[in-house]
Design a protein around this ligand. Structure first.
Ligand code: ADP
Ligand code: MG
Length: 582
């Protein structure tokens, strides 16, 4: 559509406003123009928080040479014709005011070539007045350079914040649009330093991870709620990412909301998002969230706010409840196996643990009289006896305080993040495996001479496996002599196998090895499996403490060598949630 100056009656219906309050708002308008022009790549540069220079370059359709002057007239737009069009906008812009108002308060240069034009055009304005205009060779697309913003409105200039703040605002605008439009490649350079870049490959997860950082992104879960409409309701769909309850901030700045591709600010809506975390996060803290909300276009009135940062919904409560439900459902459905265990490594340390700062011997705090909050935050420093010669291996889990045992199978422990359940068998298997691997790597013997010469009778099948595994068995430290048909006597045994358990244990080792590679790792895993504490075995408090303390220093504490889960964690938030939901 060609650019026209809107008729009076349409202008009268448009919410008037000053679109350019600060550098970031100019950046926002220019980005919106690039998106409306169908760009697949948008480059933003700024100098001095946008006060000296803002430059936005796109590879969109460009502006026809004949229309370039018109583009800088107030209420001149190619995106709107009549009042009715306001009901059904498919573009971000519609008022035809941005270029005019930006140019009025700056020295603006535009270089643009419409994709159907042979030549491009360059136009320079000073305080809104055209300085010169000339044809120029240029790639299809548009570059708008805004220099010395507010140079002729000193009062406005004075109200700008420190460069640092303006830079942050600009970054906020660019990253928001990058998240709303993953198919567009955005880049941001401020003061000659590249600050952000998105690939334009269309992968929302990728962009969100780029914006919030990979570590934070690992603590975010996807939201996908299809827009099913109830009777008399509009189809509202919500998708995006929201943080697990343990990733929060003290302000709302990490809640990014978009409605039909428009970045909006809406306190009620961000309240709806935060409300979904009720009972999971402390009041006064806010989640990270990126929510792309789509509604039928006539469901939203965008013509209400000068900077288009707010919209009006036809049925606000329907939108809020749809969004809150989508977030809440995602949170409740988040199977913590999906995330806790997966991201344990970063997590354990994020709980505040580093090797240097732990005082192992600090006694457990007195719980009586302590405020509830203190209880949760300090309880992690429970007293754990460690033998003097414990190897100084790095801690991979927070210190856990053993509470008890259930079902003669699981150790119950408390840690900084909540409740931990440890499968005693899987955990011990892991511990033994790592201990033996270490000894074997260090070249120290895994075996010792058998105290009494035990004879073991093998089945014919086991006898065959024994022949196949002779090498690994001897690496493990078994010294075995034939003693008649299928019968063997043991001169030396791995230390972890008590000779009293040999008759039962040795065939099980062979069984393990018959199913696996017959390398030393498998051999050690088989030994660990056979030697580990079994489910059903009642453990003393001390035994449990030792086991847990050892697990805390395993390099892979979360699974047994055979892949079974060693521990699961219920966070405080999950517990709180369970109890409040009842
Ligand atoms: P609006 O976006 O509301 O139409 P603007 O003042 O932002 O008003 O832009 C005026 C017109 O200039 C637009 O309608 C569009 O036709 C043209 N225009 C502005 N920026 C670009 C751009 N980057 N690429 C192509 N056309 C543009
Ligand atoms: Mg515009």
């Amino acid at each position: 559509m060609a650019i026209i100056v809107l008729p009076e009656e349409v202008v009268a219906r448009i919410a008037a406003g000053e679109a350019v309050e600060r550098p970031a708002s100019a950046v926002k308008e220019l980005i919106e123009n690039a998106i409306d022009a169908g760009a697949s790549s948008v480059r933003v540069e700024s100098v001095a928080g946008g006060k000296q220079l803002i430059r936005v370059s796109d590879n969109g359709a460009g502006i026809p040479g004949l229309e370039i002057e018109l583009a800088f007239k107030r209420h001149a737009t190619s995106k709107l014709r009549a009042t009715e069009d306001l009901e059904d906008l498919s573009t971000l812009g519609f008022r035809g005011e941005a270029l005019a108002s930006i140019a009025a308060v700056s020295q603006t240069t535009i270089i643009t070539r419409h994709r159907d034009d042979a030549m491009g055009i360059s136009l320079r304005l000073n305080g809104g007045q055209i300085v010169h205009q000339r044809p120029i060779g240029a790639p299809a697309g548009t570059v708008v350079a805004v220099e010395n913003l507010f140079f002729n409105t000193p009062a406005r200039l004075k109200f700008l914040k420190a460069d640092r703040t303006e830079k942050r605002n600009i970054q906020g605008v660019v990253t928001r649009y990058a998240m709303a439009y993953p198919h567009i490649a955005f880049s941001l350079k401020q003061d000659e330093r590249e600050q952000f870049r998105s690939s334009g490959r269309g992968d929302l997860a990728d962009v969100v991870a780029g914006v919030f950082g990979r570590v934070h992104f690992k603590r975010m879960i996807p939201i996908e709620s299809a827009g099913r409409a109830g009777i008399g309701q509009a189809a509202i769909a919500v998708r995006g990412y929201t943080s697990l309850p343990d990733l929060t901030r003290s302000d709302r700045s990490r809640i990014a909301l978009f409605v039909n591709g428009r970045a909006i600010q809406d306190n009620a809506l961000s309240h709806a998002v935060t409300g979904a975390y009720e009972g999971m996060i402390k009041s006064g803290t806010f989640p990270f969230a990126v929510l792309l909300i789509s509604t039928p276009s006539d469901f939203v009135d965008v013509n209400v706010h000068p900077t288009k940062a707010q919209v009006r919904f036809r049925e606000p409560s329907q939108v809020f409840s749809t969004v809150q439900r989508a977030v809440r459902q995602a949170l409740l459905a988040a199977d913590f196996d999906d995330y806790n265990v997966d991201q344990w490594r970063t997590d354990g340390f994020a709980d505040g643990f580093t090797n240097e700062t732990i005082d192992y011997r600090r006694p457990a705090p007195a719980f009586a009289g302590a405020a509830k909050e203190d209880f949760f935050h300090d309880a992690d420093l429970g007293y754990i006896p460690e033998s003097a010669d414990a190897p100084a291996k790095p801690r991979t889990l927070p210190i856990l305080r053993v509470v008890g045992q259930i079902g003669a199978m699981y150790i119950v422990a408390e840690g900084p993040a909540g409740l931990y359940l440890i499968d005693q068998n899987a955990a011990h298997e892991r511990i033994l495996y790592e201990q033996m691997r270490e000894e074997q790597r260090a070249g120290s013997p895994l075996a010792e001479a058998a105290s009494d010469s035990q004879t073991v009778l093998l089945s014919p099948e086991h006898d065959i496996v024994l022949g196949e595994c002779a090498e690994v068995l001897s690496q493990l430290g078994f010294e075995i002599e034939s003693f008649g048909p299928h019968s063997y006597v043991f001169r030396a045994l791995p230390k972890v196998i008590a000779s009293s358990r040999l008759a039962e244990g040795f065939p099980r080792i062979l069984e393990h090895l018959s199913r696996k590679d017959k390398g030393i790792e498998e051999g050690i895993a088989a030994l660990a499996a056979v030697a580990a504490v079994k489910s059903g075995q009642i453990l003393s408090l001390e035994e449990m403490q030792t086991l847990v303390a050892q697990l805390e220093r395993c390099s892979s504490p979360l699974a047994s060598p055979s892949g079974n889960t060693t521990l699961i964690r219920l966070t405080r938030e999950q517990l709180a949630l369970e109890f409040r939901r009842g």
